[in-house]
Design a protein around this ligand. Sequence first.
Ligand code: IDP
Ligand code: MG
Length: 138
Amino acid sequence: MTIEKTLGLIKPDGLERGKQGVVIDRLLKSGFKITAMKQLRLTRAQAEAFYAEHSARPFFGPLCSYMTSGPIIAMTLEKENGVADWRKMMGATNPEKADPGTIRRDLAVDMEKNTVHGSDSPQSAAREVPFFFNNLEF
Ligand code: IDP
Ligand code: MG
């Protein structure tokens, strides 16, 4: 299997409640290399562009407000089968439906404030990693 790059975000609710350390610790203990990492705050336009695939959904406006409500941490993650493995560690979008032991089940607030983001496919990762990092940053 080849090493895959994927994007990880720790969302505003995660930083607000001081969960950065737990998320990063879980990633490292699961064998991920964090090859780039930075803390930033998205503008409205950036949040809308990042989540453009959801622009017709009723939760889009509130999602973009929430994602700009405070700082986030963006990470480039690398591991064999990294895209699927990070999604598995995160758990389902709705924390009530996420498997026990996943980040969202253990840490998330609700379906919107669900603490982490991960690319859902290698194709998404190829768009999302360069959205946050240029080729000098990893
Ligand atoms: P994902 O983050 O598990 O890939 P997506 O369906 O891509 O989930 O949705 C992106 C983000 O939009 C979610 O992580 C969550 O923050 C928010 N979201 C998705 N569905 C809902 C909803 O039904 N209500 C409120 N927020 C939602
Ligand atoms: Mg998604």
